[in-house]
Design a protein around this ligand. Structure first.
Ligand code: GRG
Length: 303
């Protein structure tokens, strides 16, 4: 199967699962046991706005590469996209980056107000773990694999992972660029949530220690390269294609690789990381064809 076709197949599974977990509707007035309509609408607004679905695709692809059961991985993949979407909604809030556009449309708080944008993010985060745990219970023969996957995802998204990176990112605005600090921010703010799907897939599919290490290395390199490219796109990319405003990092005084070493050196660093990502796949042989193609596609992305 060709790469684009396979990517489309994985995205189809993700969209179908997200729609099934959070369908339209909801109680108009107060009704026990249902998600209130307005809360549901604000959650769906951002979740179903058509992101690239990079993280859930990584989870499904890694699971399939490891001969895991793809059906078991559907809900964890969708849950990870919920966690990612919550982080984008909160990142766009006035108290953080105060952005007006995301995924080609007005940000959540511009449509639903700040209060409901906070709740939509909180809702997606909590619902992600509810779905993960319910899914784990429905696979009693692989309960340990699913609990380990959920724990890995929580660790990567949590207070030593993505939230820690975001905290340092906020605190570093308008500071002199510093390589160690920037490396920490990128590792946690971005790369941890790229490592999460690979670790989760490894646990669900029962990968051995050597393969877990390779998966973690691939995720870390992809995440770091992805973030440098994101910084370069903010500097040089097309806002229409990106579906969000550009030039915002400089405006906010964000610490980025281009601000630290210049655009050309940042591009070289990203290339080196993409190469390292591909090298990390060696132990999977030909089975890693999709992840190789994925790295190539992301390395040349325009959005
Ligand atoms: C609020 C706890 C908390 C964390 C926010 C995700 C994030 C951390 C900040 C968003 C800003 C940013 C540049 C993050 C780096 C990761 C990144 C490039 C996110 C955008 O991910 P894509 O490109 O977006 O996969 P789509 O819309 O395609 O899903």
């Amino acid at each position: 199967m060709a790469y684009n076709e396979q990517y489309g197949r994985y995205v189809g599974m993700v969209e179908e699962t997200l729609q099934a977990l959070l369908p339209e509707g909801g109680a108009v007035g107060p009704k026990d046991g249902e998600i209130p309509e307005h809360l549901r609408a604000s959650m769906r607004y951002s979740l179903l706005a058509g992101g690239k679905r990079v993280r859930p695709v990584l989870l499904l692809a890694a699971c399939e590469m490891l001969d895991g059961n793809l059906e078991e991985a559907r809900v964890p993949a969708a849950a990870l996209e919920m966690i990612h979407t919550y982080s984008l909604i909160h990142d766009d809030l006035p108290g953080m980056d105060d952005d007006d556009y995301r995924r080609g449309r007005p940000t959540n708080h511009r449509v639903y107000g700040v209060g409901h944008a906070i709740l939509a993010g909180d809702g997606l985060l909590n619902y992600a773990y509810e779905c993960l745990l319910q899914n784990a219970l429905s696979y009693p023969l692989n309960l340990e694999g699913h609990v380990k996957a959920a724990a890995a995802m929580a660790g990567c998204a949590g207070v030593r992972g993505m939230i820690a990176g975001q905290s340092l990112d906020l605190l570093s605005e308008h500071m002199e660029p510093d390589a160690d600090r920037l490396a920490y921010i990128h590792k946690h703010k971005t790369a941890d949530l790229m490592t999460a799907p690979l670790l989760a897939a490894g646990h669900i599919a029962g990968a051995d220690g050597e393969k877990m290490k390779a998966l973690a290395r691939f995720g870390a390199c992809v995440g770091l390269a992805f973030q440098i490219d994101d910084d370069l796109l903010d500097l040089e990319g097309d806002a229409k294609l990106l579906g969000k405003q550009t030039g915002m990092d400089a405006k906010r005084g964000k610490m980025t690789w281009p601000s630290l070493v210049g655009a050309e050196a940042a591009r070289e660093k990203a290339h080196a990381l993409w190469r390292q990502a591909e090298e990390a796949l060696a132990c999977f042989g030909e089975k890693a064809w999709f992840l190789h193609a994925f790295a190539v596609a992301l390395a040349t992305r325009e959005k």
